[in-house]
Write a protein that binds this ligand. Structure first.
Ligand code: FAD
Length: 545
């Protein structure tokens, strides 16, 4: 329909009506690479169905609604009884229904389960990142639950179920549950040893009551939380259900919901445990960190995948816009300088996706060597990929010009979401220091890392030089704490470069090695050497609709 005074021209059509999975060549190739051939047909089929749903426009609408109508805290009912509930827009439940139904909390022990789930998680996170939080925590809780077989027997089948069932009821009455975590307190988040929440043992073995608080507790309508508290023998992990087996509510007072920069569809609460809050021990007393670390490692990988998803969506939107928008007599995508920007964005996105899926495959392989690789590569990837996300998404937003700054483009929501993966689950410095700790205490991890990057040795002189550079850095541990970011960044870049050299098209690997490893690129995006085949890099990232 024309406007009264003019015809609307030169605006890109919305990027809908496509398969978010199948149209992402990098993701589809990664799934093909990492899954056994006998699993591939079914996985491609399932991911294609999810991808079509994600690209249909319907899920995007749910995402918009869930963010426009953020969750509301209901502390009391109309008669004054405490209820401590959070009300969500129906769109939030539809999003969770779709994603839980697609098996995105069910990876452990399924052949190729982690790769399939990682790809699905990347698909849905591109449409709405907020609901990724409960999906991630529920999936990641499984290794922690398994440290206490009696607890796992009850909770694991419900957590890995493909049924999303809303509402606070005992686990025995639910076909599916969501799980969250409570570690961070007011006086300390990174340093959980400072947790002051106290756990007093009850007469029954493994049962306790908690007194204290948690300063951040996301997805507070989840069915249970893995919580750290100080027991007589020290910091211990507990499962705290919202509802007790007899159907009564556990004491779990929601004090406030956080007013957050982004992630607005999701609720993050402050919680108070009043001395009667019932908790079941998970793992040994005093070994809480060990119990919960399996969960933390898995959520850290999801931060990588979540950031990779934001970057993929941002790059796809930028390329799409420029493929339709003309300025100064030609399509933006054909302008040499814009092509350079788009290629650089595509490069960052591809490097993040390739690394994230490689690490998911390591979870599936579950060999000692792959576990050692994860030990160093997950914190390094969490550090680097999540840190690249915000500037990358901001640059992609700029490709849409003024439209990108306007809410209905979806780009502002992507940008607001972008810093979060770098903050939670251990902020940047904490990841870098974890890398240093691993280097000091787990020699098998560095061996596994060097074996992995060694697979690409000899294929690109810039990569070879960068690997040698890492070894030089590592030869001297003097001042290592202050050098931790620098070292972690190099480890991540070398790993990304090695994976791209092995698996990406030559033009992508060439551009990455030149700009990210060879020093032939600037601080801003769009500074790749102009002699490279940038058109091919951009075309690879383009979605045909
Ligand atoms: C939206 C949102 C939801 C969240 N949901 C949850 C949840 O569900 N459950 C939960 O338990 N937590 C949750 N968190 C908390 C989050 O994990 C913490 O905020 C985060 O781990 C950092 O802890 P902190 O805020 O206490 O910061 P601090 O620990 O005080 O850290 C502040 C800064 O200091 C740096 N730093 C810390 N130690 C060192 C050091 N030794 N050397 C150098 N630098 C250092 C950190 O990297 C950080 O940049 C959530 C946070 C957000 C923003």
């Amino acid at each position: 329909m024309t406007a009264t005074t003019h015809t609307v021209t030169n605006q890109a059509p919305p990027l809908v009506g496509h398969d978010v999975f199948g149209s992402d060549r990098v993701l589809a190739e990664a799934v093909e690479r990492h899954l056994a051939p006998e699993l591939l047909d079914e996985a491609r089929g399932d991911l294609g169905v999810l991808g079509q749903a994600a690209g249909s426009g319907q899920m995007a609408k749910w995402g918009e609604r869930a963010n426009a109508n953020p969750p509301r805290l209901l502390t009391h009912d109309r008669y004054g009884h405490r209820i401590d509930e959070v009300e969500f827009d129906p769109a939030w439940h539809r999003l969770l229904g779709k994603s839980v139904g697609a098996g995105l909390t069910d990876a452990w022990g399924r052949p190729g389960g982690h790769v399939r789930r990682a790809a699905g998680f990347m698909v849905v996170s591109q449409v709405e990142a907020g609901h990724g939080c409960p999906l991630s925590m529920t999936h990641a809780a499984v290794p922690a639950l398994r440290t206490e077989p009696e607890v796992a027997e009850v909770w694991e089948p419900a957590a890995t179920s493909h049924v999303y069932e809303w509402g606070l009821r005992p686990v025995a009455e639910k076909a599916g549950v969501l799980l969250g975590m409570g570690m961070t307190e007011k006086q300390g988040g990174s340093d959980v040893r400072t947790n002051t929440t106290e756990a007093r043992p009850l007469a029954a073995d493994g049962e306790y009551v908690l007194t204290g608080h948690k300063w951040f507790c996301s997805a507070p309508m989840s069915d249970a939380f893995l919580v750290l508290a100080q027991a007589p023998a020290g910091l211990t992990c507990f499962l705290v259900p919202r509802v007790l087996p007899d159907g009564s509510r556990n004491a779990f007072a929601l004090q406030r919901l956080k007013d957050k920069l982004g992630n607005r569809s999701n609720a993050s609460a402050e919680v108070e445990f009043d001395g009667t809050t019932w908790a079941r021990r998970v793992g040994e007393e005093g070994r809480g960190l060990r119990s919960i670390m399996g969960m933390v490692a898995a959520t850290r990988l999801d931060c990588v995948l979540g950031s990779a998803a934001l970057m993929r969506q941002a790059a796809a939107q930028a390329v799409h816009h420029c493929a339709y928008r003309s300025a100064f007599g030609g399509l933006l995508i054909d302008k040499p300088l814009m092509r350079n920007v788009l290629a650089d964005l595509a490069l960052e996105s591809e490097a993040a996706t390739t690394l994230g899926l490689r690490l998911a495959a390591a979870y599936d392989a579950d060999t000692p060597q792959e576990r050692a690789l994860l030990r160093i590569a997950v914190p390094a990837a969490k550090y680097w990929v999540t840190k690249r996300c915000t500037p990358m998404v901001a640059e992609a937003l700029e490709c849409l010009g003024g439209n990108g700054y306007v809410e209905e483009s979806g780009m502002p929501r992507l940008l607001r979401e972008s810093p979060l993966n770098s903050v939670w689950e251990g902020s940047g410095n904490v990841q870098a220091l974890d890398v240093v700790r691993v280097l000091r205490t787990e020699p098998a991890a560095l061996d596994a890392f060097l074996r992995e990057v060694g697979e690409a040795r000899g294929a690109d002189h810039r990569l070879d030089r960068a690997i040698r550079g890492v070894l030089v850095e590592l030869a001297d541990m003097d001042g290592i704490e202050a050098r931790a970011r620098r070292l972690t960044e190099r480890l991540a870049l070398v790993l990304q470069g090695a994976l791209l050299v092995r698996w990406a098209p030559p033009e992508v690997a060439d551009a990455f090695c030149a700009a990210r490893l060879g020093g032939d690129g600037g601080a801003a995006f769009g500074t790749l050497p102009h002699t490279l085949d940038l058109r091919a890099v951009v075309e690879r990232a383009r979605v045909e609709i």
